[in-house]
Ligand binder design. Structure first.
Ligand code: ARG
Length: 651
């Protein structure tokens, strides 16, 4: 049961006497910040009184008077300027706990009206390096996928891979001109990645050589203007102008530095320089290869058919290891046959119009047009995304589509959603579940050492190796000597290492950037997967020592008893599992669940510090506490599994 939702529902009934939109005011019930105010607190009386020009305490008293919570709460209290404090009855908590205890779903009800949700996540551009940003999309998207399903929604997880873009033209060009056959035979994906990087580097080089003189003359111009600026003295405006100019100069200097380093990287290597000279038009040539592929050129199509499965198998290795599975992998190429029709349809509806030779949709209030066909006739990322929406709604019956994509694409999604609404999909929930950048300690976007899929794999290896040290140290330090054999230690390390990486991606508010930090990520205490995994293993250890199993406890008719505030807090927290899951999907924020689990693990720790379990003399109290221990463990394990994180019975 969703406790908070139930309280809000009951309050809304009463608030109908005071306002047209009772649900809005009822949503002002919140978990209390301090236990001395009860379990929940409503502060709706203040704004309501203000509206009616009456006394808030009187309004609160009136609400309390009418509120029917006798089966749920102790009598509500009015406090301070008009807060309504609610405290759940212990008996009610016990009943809810018991119900969750026997329930396979741990007391979480399935949605009464399930929605059809498509979750678009991971979606890397294959054949291009997959980076930690794609990892974050993968981890967040997978968690949302699991949680929505658990709540009873109909979910399709869809990996919208970029398998039709310019990177294939680059690889095809590379393959035709620079192939290392031996390397390709030994490690096809490695060779394709090398070809991609090589073609990219050569075309970057030519671009840099072309750009450098422009940048330098721009710098000279700004520098002259700066030199000629009269001494601003006390003139605020002039000072500001000088400051702006100085910052522009330093920006251009940075850009020139980066241009020069691209040039040097090639010119310092005689072989590379020779290749660059032999392929002066490489960027255009690679674009032509892409165009030929799109136009159905037989050879390019054959190469694409060969490369794609190779790229996918490299990706799948990572997904396997992360235990991530997709219902569908409908990449950009899948939508290619529909693009022509999309543009024609938009033209018929007079939504797409010609502008400078391109087909554009103009959305009111936006300067940039949404380009659906370029001057050269090529369709775009935008066209594909429109075709994708149509397919997901018409064929997959989606009434909600979530895009778990980097916040840097927010402009694209804004235009996409507005265009789609105008196009006839206004009823569909289209949501950009955006996320910030993973940063290194230098506060620049985090890069794996080789910056590609291989890099991502070695990142996972590194996590497991570091986790192994922690597992070893912990096991070696056990009071009665080590408990784990070699194979178990390694299995635990895999679970702790991978879990640690996933948890770090999930626990931060998804909008914010965060700093990738191994030590924080794998720490035994604090808001980490490791801490939660240990808490779970501890609950299993207690049951083992106590000589009971979870199944046996579930058979026993004896109910829990709440004798200590720590028992009560823990039991109540357990009853609020559904509330936590429901608020995750309110705004698609997995960190609401990590926060819940962290609080649960902390409540468990407080309980265990304050209440004897195995040493308890009173047999019925001992049995009650074992039940608390058991269900705490099961909720932690279920919660973590909904985040895609595993647990171990023993650590
Ligand atoms: N392939 C894109 C990228 O790596 C992400 C695709 C996201 N999904 C979508 N429907 N646009 O940037």
């Amino acid at each position: 049961m969703n406790v908070l939702a139930e309280l809000r529902r009951r309050l809304a009934v009463v608030l109908a006497d005071f306002t047209e939109n009772p649900a809005d005011f009822a949503s002002m019930v919140r978990p209390a910040q301090d236990p001395k105010f009860g379990d929940f607190q409503a502060n709706c009386a203040m704004p309501l009184a203000k509206r009616h020009g009456t006394n808030p305490r009187e309004v609160a008293a009136h609400i309390v008077d009418k509120l029917d919570l006798t089966d749920l709460c102790d009598p509500a209290e009015v406090a301070g300027p008009g807060f309504i404090n609610l405290r759940l009855q212990d008996d009610w908590i016990v009943e809810r706990f018991e119900q969750a205890f026997r329930d396979e779903r741990l007391g979480v009800e399935a949605a009464a009206s399930p929605r059809h949700v498509v979750v678009d996540f991971s979606s890397p551009n294959v054949a291009k390096p997959m980076h930690v940003g794609h990892l974050r999309s993968t981890v967040i998207g997978d968690a949302l996928n699991r949680i929505l399903r658990y709540l009873g929604h109909d979910v399709v997880s869809d990996n919208h891979i970029g398998d039709w873009g310019t990177q294939f033209g680059m690889i095809i060009y590379g393959y035709k001109n620079f192939l290392d056959e031996q390397h390709y035979a030994d490690d096809p994906v490695g060779e394709l990645a090398r070809l991609y990087r090589l073609v990219n580097q050569l075309s970057d080089y030519h671009e840099a050589v072309r750009k450098l003189p422009e940048q330098e003359s721009l710098l000279a111009e700004k520098q002259t203007r700066l030199d000629e600026l009269p001494d601003p003295a006390g003139d605020k405006k002039a000072k500001k102008a000088a400051k702006k100019l100085r910052s522009e100069v330093s920006e251009i200097q940075d850009a020139i530095r980066s241009t020069k380093s691209k040039i040097a990287a090639v010119e310092d290597d005689a072989d590379l320089k020779a290749l660059a000279d032999a392929h002066p038009q490489i960027a255009r040539a690679a674009r032509d290869e892409t165009a030929r592929l799109h136009a159905g050129d037989e050879e390019n199509r054959r190469l694409w058919d060969r490369f794609l499965p190779q790229c996918l198998s490299a990706l799948n290795r990572i997904y396997e290891r992360l235990d991530i599975h997709f219902d569908k992998t409908l990449g950009e190429s899948f939508y290619d046959p529909f693009l022509k029709d999309v543009v024609e349809n938009l033209q018929q509806k007079e939504m797409a119009v010609e502008s400078g030779g391109a087909q554009c949709v103009f959305i009111e209030g936006n300067d940039a047009p949404f380009i659906v066909q370029k001057t050269d006739g090529a369709y775009t990322y935008a066209t594909t995304d429109l075709a994708t929406i149509r397919y997901r709604v018409e064929e997959l019956n989606a009434d909600s589509i979530l895009y778990v994509v980097d916040s840097r694409q927010s402009e694209h999604f804004k235009l996409l959603f507005e265009t789609a609404a105008k196009w006839g999909y206004g009823d569909v929930e289209l949501k950009h579940v955006s996320f910030g950048t993973v940063m290194g300690k230098d506060r620049k976007p985090y890069k794996t050492r080789s910056g590609d899929t291989v890099g991502l794999e070695s990142l996972l290896d590194e996590a497991v190796a570091k986790a192994r040290q922690i597992v070893d140290a912990n096991d070696d330090a056990k009071r009665d000597g080590p408990e784990l054999d070699e194979a178990t230690r390694q299995a635990v390390a895999e679970i702790v290492g991978i879990g640690g990486i996933k948890y770090a991606d999930l626990r931060h508010n998804r909008d914010s950037d965060y700093i990738f930090d191994w030590d924080k990520m794998l720490a035994m205490t604090g808001d980490t997967a490791t801490y939660m995994q240990y808490a779970y293993a501890r609950t299993r250890g207690i049951l083992r020592k106590g000589g009971v199993t979870s199944e046996q406890l579930q058979q026993s008719p004896q109910k829990i008893v709440l004798t200590h505030s720590a028992e009560r807090s823990l039991a109540l927290k357990i009853c609020r599992f559904e509330e936590a899951l429901a608020s995750v999907v309110d705004e698609y924020r997995p960190n609401v669940l990590t926060q819940y689990l962290f609080e649960l693990a902390n409540d468990f720790s407080t309980f265990y510090d304050n209440c004897h379990v195995l040493k308890e003399q009173d047999e019925s109290l001992k049995a009650s506490r074992l039940k608390l221990v058991d269900l705490t463990g099961r909720v932690i394990a279920r919660g973590l599994s909904l985040l895609g994180i595993e647990v171990c019975e023993q650590m």
